[in-house]
Design a protein around this ligand. Structure first.
Ligand code: ZN
Length: 298
């Protein structure tokens, strides 16, 4: 219960058994599942997988390093060489910390889920284990997500929506078009960050001031109009605090009036400040302002 490797391994095996009839599973296949499952949690959601940063696990270190080396934010965008490298390295981590420990707390009368002998490059499932994993893969994944998320809640006390961040495979985002209409009535102000004026409403995009990947939702109080350059340069960085103050003022001055009937959609200044400080305390990438240039990765 000191790390998330057990739920990760259970989830990986359920997924592999669901799609493959093979009873022999190469460690590199499990390694790739590990990389996929941890990738968003590390690179996109910046969730800690240990109670202190100095105890951060090998898996996390490998993913951060790979993301930096290739300059990639999405696992699916990694080139084949990058995927192969991380598969191989994850397979090695499995042999050190994960496979032998998996059955450590198993009741004596329960059969092992898989067989692995030190030195072997794969594990073996019995036909019964394979059938069990395949028949129950959905439930096993829910159980694994539950244990994973409850562990992460203790390491990331202030992070919103931990369960969703663990359970989601990809970063699905909904369209921000409905907000564009409300926000464009305010185009006279220009880009929220650099003040650049929009010509005829063009060139403006909806931007999350506190990053979407931290909130995992699109509340109108967090959305502003930005020029395309600021939007892409800011990426998922936290802005400098001057923009949080500007956001609070904007909400008070502009949105309160437009959204009279939906006042609950507005967060108060204290709530926004609390979320901002929570992200800072979780070591979210910071602090962005239009003065910063592109080319710095968190
Ligand atoms: Zn701008």
């Amino acid at each position: 219960m000191s790390a998330t490797y057990k739920p990760a391994l259970l989830k990986a095996l359920s997924r592999i058994a669901k799609r493959s009839d093979n009873l022999s599973i190469p460690l590199e296949d499990i390694g790739e599942e590990f990389a996929k499952m941890y990738w968003n949690q590390v690179v996109v959601y910046h969730l800690r997988q240990a109670s202190s940063v100095s105890k951060e696990s090998e898996v996390i270190r490998l993913i951060s390093q790979t993301s930096r080396d290739y300059g990639m934010r999405n696992f699916s965008d990694l080139p084949e060489t990058g995927k192969n490298r991380i598969r191989a390295r994850m397979a090695r981590v499995l042999t050190i910390n994960v496979l032998a420990a998996f059955h450590a707390s198993k009741p004596a009368d329960m059969p092992q889920l898989f067989i692995w002998k030190r030195g072997e490059a794969g594990i073996t499932l019995s036909p019964e284990s394979h059938g069990f994993l395949r028949a129950n893969c959905g439930v096993l994944e829910l159980i694994a997500n539950y244990h994973w998320a409850s562990f992460l809640e203790a390491c990331n006390r202030l992070a919103p929506k931990v369960i969703q961040k663990v359970a989601r495979d990809g970063a699905r985002r909904s369209s921000l078009a409905p907000y564009l209409r409300i926000l464009t009535e305010d185009t006279a102000r220009g880009c929220f960050y650099c003040g650049k004026h929009f010509e005829g409403g063009g060139d403006s995009v909806v931007d999350h001031v506190i990053p979407w990947s931290f909130l995992l939702e699109d509340p109108i109080w967090d959305l502003v109009l930005s020029c395309a350059i600021c939007n892409s340069a800011k990426s998922d960085w936290l802005p400098e605090s001057v923009f949080i103050e500007r956001l609070v003022r904007r909400n008070q001055e502009v949105l309160r009036e437009k959204l009279q009937n939906k006042a609950s959609m507005l967060f108060g200044a204290e709530d926004i400040e609390r979320l901002y400080q929570a992200a800072i305390s979780l070591e979210w990438p910071r602090f962005w302002s239009p003065a910063l240039r592109l080319g710095r990765l968190p």
